[in-house]
Design a protein around this ligand. Structure first.
Ligand SMILES: Nc1ncnc2c1ncn2[C@@H]1O[C@H](COP(=O)(O)OP(=O)(O)OP(=O)(O)O)[C@@H](O)[C@H]1O
Length: 262
């Protein structure tokens, strides 16, 4: 039985790649539970398997073992259209060249609901405008998307996910390319959206100090195991002390951040 308010859960999950008869297991025994209205960070060293896990949780690649449930239904049983009504994905990759305005880009989030001509109903228009407002990108609406900064584009892509109106939003490294101020602003926005709209938001990041301060929960991928808990509990369990396997990178539990010994 799933916990109340659970949007996404995985049990005894193994993730990785198969080539013919060979299997490369990247991580196994992953159990996680993401609730409505929560902001969860996914952290771990380069190459540990964060993107592989996100690709598996979004149905882009199948799990090697175990089960994933989205809104109480097996992820494998979703059609593409149903999935687009339940899950939106924000990637950091640059967008293909186009002349779309910010409004048009955000309106693409309505595609799973529009008719084959892609014309927007009144409700679609309202949802796009609301998404622009929530992300404070309404003043950019008529600009071409290639005329805005990286920080603004991240917000616009989040607006597109909001316009898609799904209970779960997954973001792959949304703070990459941003300076500290814009990283903080983006995480504040995600936290506010989780709180005010009740959405379940999962994002991967290398900004550990920020993840510790801004997230409700953290999923830590480390060699051999994956743990999910609140930042406070993870600090108490000393999970961060051995994250990098380097005696010169020390976690200072009092400051709640990493200290480097040169
Ligand atoms: N398409 C693929 N086919 C086979 N192996 C892959 C593929 N993509 C990634 N891998 C391997 O899976 C492992 C985990 O990679 P992944 O990209 O999931 O890590 P990550 O934690 O997201 O890394 P980073 O923080 O550097 O983005 C790596 O050993 C990588 O070489």
């Amino acid at each position: 039985m799933e916990k109340q308010g659970t949007i996404l859960s995985a049990k005894d999950l193994s993730i990785g790649y198969t080539y013919g008869k060979n299997t490369n297991v990247i991580a196994s025994d992953i159990t996680l539970n993401l609730a409505q209205g929560s902001l969860t960070a996914l952290i771990g060293a380069n190459g540990i398997g964060k993107s592989t896990l996100l690709r598996t949780l979004t149905g882009i690649q199948p799990p090697l073992q175990g089960s994933i449930f989205l809104n109480n239904k097996d992820l494998a049983a979703y059609s593409q259209k149903e999935l687009a009504h339940n899950l939106s994905i924000v990637l950091t990759e640059s967008l293909p060249p186009s002349n779309l305005t910010v409004f048009e880009l955000v309106a693409l989030g309505r595609q799973p609901y529009t008719n084959w001509l892609g014309s927007l109903s009144e409700e679609d228009h309202e949802l796009v405008e609301k998404a622009l407002e929530l992300t404070q990108t309404a003043p950019l609406a008529q600009k071409k998307h290639h005329e805005i900064s990286d920080g603004q584009l991240q917000k616009v892509l989040i607006a597109r996910a909001l316009a898609q109106d799904t209970p779960l939003i997954i973001l792959d490294e949304p703070t990459t390319h941003l300076d500290l101020l814009h990283k903080v602003n983006l995480l504040r926005l995600l936290k506010k959206l989780a709180l005010e709209t009740g959405k379940c938001i999962l994002y991967s990041t290398h900004d550990l100090d920020l993840a510790l301060q801004m997230s409700d929960e953290i999923i830590v991928m480390a060699n051999g195991n994956t743990i999910q808990d609140s930042p406070k509990n993870l600090i108490e369990q000393k999970v961060f002390d051995t994250l990098f396997n380097d005696p010169g990178i020390i976690f200072d539990a009092e400051k709640g951040g990493f200290v480097i010994q040169p």
